[in-house]
Design a protein around this ligand. Structure first.
Ligand code: DQA
Length: 146
């Protein structure tokens, strides 16, 4: 069983980026933690981060045929702008959860809209980096149920 964890633009700077909003946990910490959670459940977690929209689109195309059964994605700012990533999920035909570290609904109005949420199985926002683990708990449950 295989899960793909995708992080979008600027999330490579987690830990130092606006820590009052995003906390002090690094992306490496997040990836290690989600990987360990998967390992304990017999699920392999592949991690991918990019600051480039097209790279995320192409990674999703690959997910259609590489055995990915579920995607957990924090699309960063592309959440609010990217029809291309929305369409890539349609092309990949793989279920996904959307994660936001901050509560985007309590922030600027332009962060309230997501091009992905209505296509997601579920959305996690405002639980800090723990949100990735909460999403992974759901995914493990879903995949284990078959
Ligand atoms: C974010 C929220 C987005 O609005 C922002 O552009 C990000 C991070 C979050 O995790 O809270 O880069 O997705």
């Amino acid at each position: 069983m295989s899960v793909l964890l995708i992080n979008g633009p600027n999330l490579n700077t987690l830990g130092t980026r606006e820590p009052e909003i995003y906390g002090s946990t690094t992306l490496a910490d997040v990836e290690a933690s989600v990987r360990a959670q998967g390992e304990a459940a017999g699920i392999e977690v592949a991690c991918f981060q990019s600051n480039f929209e097209g790279a995320i689109v192409e990674r999703l195309h690959a997910a259609r045929t590489d055995g990915t059964q579920f995607v957990i994605i924090n699309p960063g700012a592309f959440t609010h702008t990217s029809v291309a990533i929305r369409d890539a999920f349609g092309a990949a035909d793989v279920p996904f959860c959307e994660v936001h570290i901050s509560n985007v609904h309590a922030r600027e109005p332009f962060r309230h809209h997501s091009y992905l949420s209505d296509k997601a199985v579920g959305v996690m926002a405002g639980f800090g980096t723990l949100g990735y683990n909460l999403a992974m708990t759901f995914v493990i449950d879903r995949l284990s149920a078959g």
